[in-house]
Design a protein around this ligand. Structure first.
Ligand code: C2O
Ligand code: CU
Length: 671
């Protein structure tokens, strides 16, 4: 069977620019004739394996998959999936445990997109799973029935890992949804559709050149190229996720039939909303009811994306056919899924429900706090409020229990897909006009077109932490990796910003610091009692694989440089000398490192986390211990080092240091 002629790439346009780019890249991508749509056959839509229960095991692995006959492509997949991952079925109210094994040879994280869970379980860039390690989050399922998803959220590598295929769906069930007459036979009349696209090199590998490869040439649904599916001639439910890097979709059917939105990111809407088109931007989900009951068995209908001729700023609307800003799918109407009709099932849903849910509506009178975030910068590096994303800097602090009104201002040159963790919000205003009916359900991701301002209201409840942040960002992974992201803390009121730890009692009595003797990486002797004979010693505990240790190192360099011969900074790292040397080179550390692979010294100081620090006074007694690092603590150290070293305080500005004390991902040193 041939595909419809609507999808017809134009090869000539952009050829000159393509030639130049391919020379620059030293490789060329495959947009060749034999891969053209007209000669390609449909493939059967893959339905990801469903797993359910309260105890889940996920393993992310390097895999390979054949998208084209006779060709294989390197991919990432969870468990048995060769691209993408199994669908997790969760029940509202359950306490679930998940073990995520990272079998890649690079760090990853697993973020539970849309779930309302504690920040430390969120799987954002702070919950790194080093290569070969397993992460064991657990949480109570609190969200409404709906479609959510999981995906890597690694600092600056999100686009690449998603490109390889890492991700998966989550379907939450709850009693209210279960009581409705809706299709819910997974893979039969309840169909998950994960939309994304990829570009291939001539050698059939995916291209992943960051911003150059934000748009793929070839559409996949659930990892299937040119998909077709057989569906019963009755009401079917389509649960659709836009899992692209940047492309937006404007979904509808080839015959322009009316269909119904029944759910948005955070669950069911109040009642089915009739539409003929629905926009779906990166990270957004929509649940549709489509009446196939009047279709002829044996006939077919195509789900389409009508991406031709949108105002500039619509992601994927740029007319180019080639990188950096184009693809074979850009600025055209293309087929998403070919649907063949078959006989009804025994449990066919024949009627459209009249009501679905009774959702809370937030009003201005509920709002306890307002804030505005502005998108600025330009391709490929956009920012919020002129700040490129930096790990461990708190960009917003929200009070636990607050009902906040956020206004996202995009006076910028392009559209974005704004996403916030922890909460589901209600969109209350768009500067361009009324909020579309189909956007009036619970949302965690919202399209902010070029030149537009969007306002939403959300309640930040249940989970607070002084140190573990949630994220807000553009979900276009190239923009996110490029810096369009921020951190926010949800904090209980009246709590001090600096944490104190149990050790301070011992420090007050100035207990002797645990002695250690060894050598630095240049084999020079290193002994605490020698170092602390007449100078203060600052011990900086480092976890080899922790990005926070790398981030913190420059500040210790700064202190060492400022106090020179009147203080000793020593890094204590849980690694062998060789690895420690590489770390020192990468970081450019100016202080000596003590390799502590068996963690004897680390344990003797009870240093549980990376970037834990201990100041030892001249004479070798404990002065003060900090369970992390941050601007306030660095300023205090500056004072203390001057006083203990008997020199004037240096004027130091710890640019970019976290405002609150930061204690280092989930890396546990003392284990
Ligand atoms: Cu889908 Cu910050 O994530
Ligand atoms: Cu963006």
């Amino acid at each position: 069977m041939k595909r419809t002629a609507l999808y017809r790439p134009h090869i000539v346009i952009g050829m000159i620019c393509a030639l130049a780019t391919s020379i620059a890249l030293g490789a060329t991508w495959n947009q060749s004739e034999q891969k053209q749509a007209d000669t390609r056959k449909y493939q059967t839509l893959h339905i990801p394996e469903a797993i359910s229960g309260k105890d889940f095991q996920l393993e992310l692995k390097k895999r390979s998959k054949s998208f084209w006959a006779g060709a294989t492509t390197i991919t990432y997949g969870y468990n048995n999936e060769s691209f993408w991952g199994p669908t997790l079925f969760l029940n509202q109210g359950d306490d679930v445990k998940i073990s995520v094994k990272n079998s890649l040879d690079e760090p990853t994280t697993t973020h539970w997109h849309g779930l309302h869970i504690p920040a430390v379980m969120d799987g954002g860039p702070h919950q790194v799973i080093p290569a070969g390690k397993t992460w064991n989050p657990k949480f109570k399922v609190m969200n409404n029935a709906g479609l959510y998803w999981y995906h890597p959220h690694v600092h600056e590598s999100t686009q690449r890992q998603i490109t390889f295929g890492a991700g998966g769906l989550i379907i939450i069930k709850d009693p209210k949804e279960a009581a409705l007459a809706l299709p819910r036979e997974y893979g039969v009349d309840d169909i998950p559709l994960v939309l994304t696209s990829r570009r291939f090199y001539q050698n059939n590998e995916f291209t992943h050149m960051g911003d150059n490869d934000k748009y793929g040439d070839y559409l996949f649904v659930n990892g299937t190229l040119d998909p077709q599916v057989s569906l019963p001639a009755q009401f079917v439910r389509l649960r659709i996720l836009n899992a692209e890097v940047e492309r937006g979709y404007n979904l509808g059917f080839a015959d322009n039939r009316t269909f119904y939105v029944i759910g948005t990111d955070g669950g069911l809407v109040d009642k089915p909303i009739p539409v003929t088109r629905v926009k779906l931007m990166v990270g957004e989900r929509v649940e549709l009811l489509v009446d196939l009951g009047k279709d002829k068995v044996g006939g077919s209908v195509d789900l389409m994306s009508f991406n031709y001729n949108h105002p500039f700023g619509f992601p994927g609307g740029e007319p180019d056919q080639r990188p950096p800003n184009g693809s074979l799918l850009n600025n055209k109407d293309f087929q998403v899924l070919h649907i063949n009709l078959k006989e009804k099932t025994a449990k066919a849903i024949a009627m459209l429900p009249t009501t679905l849910a009774k959702n809370t509506v937030w009003k201005d009178s509920d709002v306890t706090q307002t804030r505005t975030v502005r998108i600025n910068g330009g391709r490929p590096n956009f920012f919020f409020d002129n700040n490129s994303f930096k790990m461990h800097s708190t960009n917003q602090t929200v009070k636990l229990g607050a009902v906040e009104k956020w206004t996202v201002v995009n006076n910028n040159i392009f559209g974005h897909s704004f996403h916030i963790h922890d909460v589901q919000f209600r969109i209350v205003e768009r500067s361009s006009g009324p909020v579309a009916d189909y956007e009036q359900g619970w949302k965690d991701t919202v399209y902010v077109p070029r030149g537009e301002t969007v306002t939403f209201i959300a309640k930040f409840e249940d989970f607070a932490s002084e140190k573990d942040p949630y994220m807000y960002h553009c979900h276009m992974a190239n923009h996110e990796d490029g810096g369009l992201m921020g951190e926010f803390l949800v904090v209980e009121e009246k709590k001090s910003q600096t944490q104190t730890i149990s050790r301070s009692a011992a420090e007050q009595s100035r207990a002797p610091a645990a002695p250690f003797v060894g050598a630095d990486l240049d084999c020079k002797p290193l002994s605490l009692s020698d170092l602390a004979k007449d100078k203060p010693v600052l011990l900086f505990f480092i976890e080899l694989n922790c990005p926070c240790s790398i981030d913190a190192a420059p500040y210790f360099n700064q202190l060492q440089a400022a106090y020179g011969s009147t203080c000793n900074v020593v890094g204590i790292i849980n690694a062998k000398a060789g690895q420690a040397k590489e770390w020192a080179k990468k970081v450019g550390s100016r202080f000596p490192l003590f390799a502590d692979p068996d963690m004897n010294v680390i344990k003797s100081y009870g240093a549980e986390r990376s970037v834990y620090t201990t100041l030892v006074a001249p004479g070798g007694r404990l002065e003060k211990t900090y369970p992390g690092y941050g601007a306030e603590m660095l300023r205090e150290l500056n004072q203390k080092l001057a006083r203990l070293g008997g020199v004037p305080v240096k004027l130091l500005n710890f640019v970019g240091a976290p405002k609150t004390l930061y204690s280092g991902c989930l890396f546990n040193l003392n284990k």
